[in-house]
Design a protein around this ligand. Structure first.
Ligand code: UGA
Length: 457
């Protein structure tokens, strides 16, 4: 698969290992064409340079999946594993349709031995299912070894994460063959990753570690967001609290930024997977514990929407709000599970008018996301309430309030005096990402609300 994980990961492998031929295959012709063009299908700082250096040398993009399978010694399965929308485990467990069909395809087409590497995030024991499918369908004389090699890169920093990962994790069966396969993959990474950072563990530990890492990271954000609510109610400052607790070397300073809520394709999905797994294992207390991390995130988003309504004199009906940022974080055009979507849905249900500006998100994507978030409202109706703008300044013109939903650097550099002069008065700014200088904005004349900062001192 040539998505957010498979594309950058395999492009970096090609760059760092000129002696290895890397072919990225995907059924989606448009996506492969984009990978072969000057306009890559995903935005990621540094990606273009990597692709340009390796493409045509030892990096190829193709829709000929079968040829790719036949020629490869090692195959990364890096396909979508979205949350199931219907059936058993709907809303929680991962939809493994694509993993299964990719695995079946490998079994059907392979004519020589393969190491099959599970790269997609999948709940525990998927590798085992892949092994069963491969063994039941393989032609005599072909052997398959399965490895789990979860990816830990974050979007927006994918290339630097891949260049110098904190660790590479490889899980294998503890058999001779399993260990040999593991050693082969280790050799690939050892071309640029220090060997002591390449960890080898059992197959299931590897799969569970991926879910565990994301669950612990998301839990940190929900914890700090829970504290941000206390700060707002008491006049404490969440920045100061984060700073103070992060100095404890056991806690550490990273991932303690309060926000309007975490988004992205992974955190919620992986926690819900963990919840489902816990329930399947008859561990309801464990399930409830992790579920609360997601519930706190939902609460944080709705709390923020409510602050906007409350501050604008308890009604936003008919009012005009600019939302700056639509991506789930800065430096990516990805909108999956973005907090901005939930906020805008809330504003629309209060019948406010919303103008959106994001430097990297396509207009078509915004309409898709809003249509999905408001299934009961026809898109034409949504379009009467929503405008998409091509600059931040333009988006804010004549609005009552500006909401910062994504921490894009350019929002810090906006000429806020110019914005203020063109807004309706009183003019409000709601900083859901704690990136603006609230005091400076107040001096200009804005009323400012910041996540995690109370009015009372
Ligand atoms: C996350 C993990 O960080 C990666 O290690 C993992 O590989 C990836 O999921 C995955 O499973 O594929 P990603 O979702 O790309 O990466 O981005 P993050 O940087 O983790 O941010 C997730 C969300 O949390 C964003 O909405 C971000 O704004 C928010 N966040 C992050 C906070 O609100 N506060 C913080 O302190 C950090």
């Amino acid at each position: 698969g040539a998505g957010y994980v498979g594309g950058p990961t395999c492009a970096v492998i090609a760059l760092k290992c000129p002696h290895i031929r890397v072919t990225i295959v995907d059924l989606n012709q448009a996506r492969i064409d984009a990978w072969n063009s000057d306009n890559l299908p995903i935005y990621e700082p540094g990606l273009e340079e990597v692709v340009k250096k390796a493409r045509g040398r030892n990096l190829f993009f193709s829709t000929d999946v079968d040829k790719g399978i036949r020629e490869a010694d090692l195959i990364f399965v890096s396909v979508n594993t979205p949350t199931k929308k219907s059936g058993v485990g709907a809303g929680f467990s991962a939809d493994l349709t694509y993993v299964e069909s990719a695995t079946r395809r490998i079994a059907a087409v392979a004519t020589s031995n393969k190491i099959v590497v599970e790269k997609s995030t999948v709940p525990c024991r998927t590798a085992e299912s892949m092994r069963t499918i491969l063994e039941a369908n393989s032609t005599p004389g072909t052997r398959f070894d399965i490895l789990s090699n979860p990816e830990f890169l974050a979007e927006g920093t994918a290339i630097s994460d891949l260049f110098s990962p904190d660790r590479v994790l490889i899980g294998s069966l503890q058999t001779e063959e399993g260990k040999d396969a593991c050693a082969s993959l280790k050799e690939v990474y050892a071309n640029w990753v220090p060997r002591e950072r390449i960890l080898t563990v059992g197959l299931w530990s590897s799969e569970l570690s991926k879910l565990a890492a994301n669950a612990m990271l998301a839990q940190r954000i929900s914890s700090i967001n829970a504290l941000s609510a206390i700060c707002e109610a008491t006049g404490a400052n969440i920045d100061e609290v984060s700073h103070a607790i992060g100095y404890d070397s056991r806690i550490g300073p990273k991932f303690l930024r309060a926000s309007v809520g975490f988004g992205g394709s992974c955190f919620q999905k992986d926690i819900l997977n963990l919840v489902y797994l816990s329930e399947s294992l008859h561990l309801p207390q464990v399930a409830a514990y992790w579920r609360q991390v997601v519930e706190m995130n939902e609460y944080q988003k709705s709390r923020f929407s409510k602050t906007v309504v409350d501050t604008l004199f308890n009604t936003i009906t008919g009012k005009h709000i600019a939302v700056l940022g639509f991506a789930f974080k800065a430096d990516t055009g990805d909108t999956r599970e973005s907090a901005a979507i939930t906020l805008i849905r809330d504003f629309l249900s209060e019948r406010a008018y919303v103008t959106i500006y994001d430097p990297k998100v396509d207009e078509a994507q915004i309409w898709l996301d809003l249509a999905e978030a408001c299934p009961a409202t026809p898109l034409e109706t949504i379009k009467k309430q929503v405008t998409i703008s091509h600059s931040a300044l333009d988006a804010c013109k004549q609005k009552e309030a500006v909401v910062i939903a994504t921490e894009w650097k350019e929002f810090k550099e906006i000429d806020w005096t110019a914005v203020y002069s063109q807004m309706s008065k009183p003019a409000f700014v709601f900083d859901g990402r704690m990136i603006l200088d609230a005091e400076a904005l107040r001096t200009i004349g804005f009323t400012v609300k910041v996540i995690g900062r109370g009015d009372r001192l």
